[in-house]
Write a protein that binds this ligand. Structure first.
Ligand SMILES: Nc1ncnc2c1ncn2[C@@H]1O[C@H](COP(=O)(O)OP(=O)(O)OP(=O)(O)O)[C@@H](O)[C@H]1O
Ligand SMILES: [Mg+2]
Length: 423
């Protein structure tokens, strides 16, 4: 019931039913039948008149067609009506015994008024009772209103929220590059206007991102020339120690420019998906890093087929494992199959990342402690690149601190591929 559509449907149904109920109540008040006294007392007077006519001039009465019988009219007695009419007779003249009955199978109601021991005058009277089955009719009327208003409400609510639905669908289809997929500009005026606005927004966003990317790549690229000139000049610094410092700084600048260009490449281009097994891929990275002297504990073997770009994924995992091995003093890797997901967990026992900074870790150029730059070289782009790659392959990455033992846990989840025979 939380969705806007359901709320609108409910609101419309309640509004329609309330209006119809109030209108029905008002109509029933206005169209009230006359009071029973107003209909029954004239009947009682006519019956008195008939009885009096017979009692005063029997021959004329019979000639005029007044019906006389030895017994009351046949049929089932309607006791409440007999009682009601008897009271009306008493009120409008003398008290008389009266039986109101209805012959089975006929709609006629007959009043029999006793004149003597074996004499009854019989006359047809109108039936003042409400029609039978009126509660069923009322139930049917309410049911039809609720049914009709539900159908109208569902239709109206779907129409009203169509632009919002479009917005929701568009947000669902935002790619890992943050760009909205094109929305067809069809339908009613409001829907078309929403689609056009979203498409315009998406185009602007895309061009803004592309120009930002071009700027980063150009800056990274253009830095190379002055850096080469500086390196040449540094060769001529006479003091050995000073010269080494210049070279170290230049190397760091080089790494930053390089990573910036690589980030742009990751965001702009993507390699094609291949069915691969995560297990051998992770072991390849571990072997490579062990040879380079990093402290890494490999995972046990678990079969985890995934559909990814293997080179890009290797780059992402390498960044994360190197982070654990350098910032976290040693990486411990685990592989697991969790439901429909292939999970790689990289644990370390380093200082972790302060909780208040955790939300910024994936931002480009983020570094926890800028003062550590000298001891831990890096551009602050490794995590941004890794996240970009992993999300491109439909995966997620989360980073959390662990208390016991203290350190960082990096968790990468990728959707498992169906093909168990992949590489
Ligand atoms: N396992 C970890 N333990 C503690 N801090 C970490 C860990 N991983 C990352 N960090 C912190 O997050 C920052 C960003 O990491 P990121 O990989 O993006 O950049 P980097 O390692 O500094 O440089 P590079 O671009 O070369 O990877 C690091 O500078 C470090 O301060
Ligand atoms: Mg790093």
């Amino acid at each position: 019931m939380k969705s806007l559509r359901n709320r609108l449907v409910l609101l419309l149904i309640v509004a329609i039913v309330t209006v119809v109920a109030l209108a029905t109540f008002a109509a029933s008040r206005v169209l009230q039948p006359p009071l029973p006294e107003a209909t029954v007392e004239p009947v009682a007077r006519q019956l008195h008149f008939l009885a009096n006519l017979i009692e005063s001039d029997r021959q004329v009465a019979i000639a005029l067609g007044v019906k006389l019988q030895d017994t009351p009219a046949e049929g089932v007695e309607i006791t409440p009506m007999s009682r009601f009419l008897s009271r009306a007779l008493e009120k409008t003249g003398t008290a008389r015994t009266v039986v109101v009955s209805q012959a089975p199978g006929t709609p006629m109601v007959v009043a029999s008024v006793q004149l003597g021991a074996d004499e009854w005058v019989v006359a047809e009277i109108s039936d003042p009772r409400p029609p039978p089955g009126r509660w069923w009719a009322l139930g049917g009327w309410i049911f039809l209103i609720v049914l009709g208003s539900a159908a109208i409400s569902i239709f109206a609510a779907s129409k009203i929220i169509k632009p919002l639905q479009l917005l929701e669908d568009a947000i669902d289809r935002i790619g890992s590059d943050g760009v909205l997929a094109a929305i067809p500009e069809t339908g009613s005026g409001e829907v078309r206007a929403t689609a056009q606005a979203l498409n315009k927004l998406s185009a602007r966003l895309k061009s803004a991102m592309e120009s930002r990317m071009r700027l980063v790549a150009a800056a990274g690229h253009d830095l190379r020339t002055p850096m080469t000139r500086m390196r040449l000049r540094a060769e001529f610094v006479p003091d050995d120690e000073e010269r080494e410092k210049w070279f170290a700084d230049l190397e760091e600048l080089d790494a930053i420019a390089d990573s910036a260009i690589r980030l742009v490449r990751e965001e702009v281009g993507g390699d094609t998906l291949e069915a691969v097994h995560l297990d051998p891929l992770v072991h390849e990275i571990v072997d490579e890093l062990l040879q380079l002297g990093y402290k890494v504990t490999p995972p046990s073997h678990v079969s985890l087929p995934v559909a990814v770009g293997p080179f890009a994924l290797k780059r992402a995992l390498r960044n994360l494992i190197i982070n654990a091995a350098t910032h976290g003093r040693g990486a411990r890797i685990e592989l697991a199959r969790e439901g429909e997901l292939a999970v790689v967990r990289i644990r370390d026992e380093g200082p972790g990342i302060p909780e208040e900074l955790l939300e910024h870790v994936f931002e480009p150029f983020f570094r926890v402690d800028v003062a550590r730059r000298k001891t831990m070289p890096g551009a602050g782009l490794g995590l941004a690149i890794a996240k970009e790659i992993i999300e491109r392959f439909g995966g997620t990455i989360t980073i959390a601190n662990s208390k016991e033992p203290k350190g960082l846990i990096q968790t990468i989840s990728l959707p498992l591929a169906r093909d168990e025979n992949s590489r």
